[in-house]
Design a binder for this molecule. Structure first.
Ligand code: 5GP
Length: 128
């Protein structure tokens, strides 16, 4: 179910539980600001999720409330994940769903990182 990105942070959301180590995930990266792991239902040969360690529901929440250090740390982490995976030369796509029209399902900010094939048009369809 798409979520309302204006709701308060829910400490029981699935990514909060992954951050706390309560649920397993195939982690590929971690630093003081972010962790990255494989999406459980990959939509491309490489489909990673990068999430901040802080309690932020969405891109909207993060961009409004996070400190400059958290924002810089998170953005640098996304770049580092892609670089470490060797994706800079072939290329990759970033996506951050925010709120119901985007179909955001998990209420903890996450940036999808897709790569490994020609990714096609930017959006699947007008009604998707
Ligand atoms: P959203 O639609 O919120 O932008 O994307 C949520 C993503 O989280 C989906 O691509 C979904 O496959 C992924 N996901 C949901 N639950 C889990 C989980 O328990 N573990 C992992 N690794 N990914 C998950």
């Amino acid at each position: 179910m798409p979520i309302d990105a204006t709701l308060p942070y829910d400490d029981q959301n699935i990514f909060a539980r992954i951050l706390r180590g309560e649920i397993p995930a195939k982690r590929v990266y971690e630093d003081d600001f972010a962790i990255a792991f494989h999406d459980i239902n990959p939509q491309a040969p490489t489909h990673l999720l990068v999430i901040p360690r802080g309690r932020y529901v969405s891109w909207d929440d993060f961009s409004a409330r996070a400190s400059d250090a958290e924002i810089a740390g998170f953005v640098r982490a996304v770049g580092a994940v892609a670089r470490a995976a060797g994706l800079v030369v072939p290329g990759y796509r970033l996506l951050a769903n925010t709120g119901p029209d985007s179909h955001q399902e998990v209420p903890h900010l996450h940036v999808h990182l897709f790569a490994g094939r020609k990714l096609g048009p930017m959006l699947a369809g007008r009604d998707g």
